[in-house]
Design a protein around this ligand. Sequence first.
Ligand code: UD1
Length: 419
Amino acid sequence: MESSRLLVEGGRRLTGEIRVHGAKNSVLPILAATLLCGNISVVHNSASLSDAFAAMRILRSLGCEISHEGSTVTVNSADANGDTVSDGLMHEMRSSIVFLGAILGRVGHCRLSFPGGCELGPRPIDLHLEALRRLGVRITVDHGILDCTAGVRPANADITLSLPSVGATENIMLYSALGAGETVIRNAAREPEIADLAGYLTKCGAEISGQGTSTLVINGVPELHGCEYSVMPDRIEAATYMGAAAVTHGELMLKGVRPSDMYSCMSVFSEMGCGVYPYDDKIFISARKPITAVRTIRTMPYPGFPTDCQPIVMAALSKSAGTSVIVENIFENRFMAAPELRRMGANIKAEGKVAVIEGVKSLCGAKVRAFDLRAGAALVVAALGAEGQSEISNVHYIDRGYESIETALSSVGADIRRI
Ligand code: UD1
């Protein structure tokens, strides 16, 4: 797909304030959850992201009425009787699998195409399906189409995930929120976005306890109602701007964030030599000194270091003093930024799960290509810290998770524009 490109003239020091948008990884499951309410939900702090627009198109195709004004999305799911997500819509957004639990919970049947691989490697959903089967759902796969029908739900289901999958935890929560029975999820994902989904569902009348811990208990209720809810801030967007401050020796005040969600990121930027000062709903980052290498970073489920921030930190460490090592434990194929960063002069060796970054004194602008959302954001970060002009293509990947990244960065002094 031909999409716009970003032209970045590197070397500008970024200073000022940026207001961080609502979290992509939170708004998508919350939009799916609006299906369960049967009437009107008003979702505030919803960023204008192509993935969120794709989620809205799915909701419309299922019969919801949607209006979108600024950062507020209003969903009326009173007539949402659809049970099928078309192939085209499934492909638009790789996280559309989160609609499975919501549609099943709402209408008792769901047909959608099996998600194939994506930029990050194979995206299995075995844990989602195994858990739904434990909840009485009958599942068949035919020519790549998943056909799921709700059956008799056990009065008590105790599900232990073999790994704390974010999407599987969300699908189980969505499917268990409506109806009879108690569902316990052990080794549940603890990402803050899970607690945000639980917060929305609880406000709609769901009974969920254990948010933020690895054991969630969901007591199904006969019905849910709509509510007004504000999506949590995007911790990955915030970390991206921290990366941008770090590579430009900048000073940024990030507003509208939740520092308590970001300890693992903040400590990595501190270790790089940045001053990182969290206050209430703000983080001030000051990067007056050159970046230094850090001890080995290992991506882990929350509260460990997030895989989504890994490419951004890799970009920042490319221009540093010393050698850093990153071990990617979550996704197979998450060093997509490395070859492009090398075009900008970075010295990165990546093999399997491990990347070794020998910091260089300076990066140079180059023509590079985004191959996935966060790898794209990493290239923007590197381009801001590079000498000369960079041209980043495939910006549609970046638009999946950042609302007009160039507007936010220009407002703090970056020379960046979309062509
Ligand atoms: C979510 C986030 C994504 C983030 C990821 C990990 C959204 C929309 N996306 O993705 O940005 O990078 O969490 O924090 O919230 N796995 C299985 N079987 C399954 C499910 C997952 O083996 O049934 C594996 C995956 O291949 C991966 C790991 O578990 O290696 C983590 O995946 P998961 O937590 O499910 O990520 P997503 O929900 O897809």
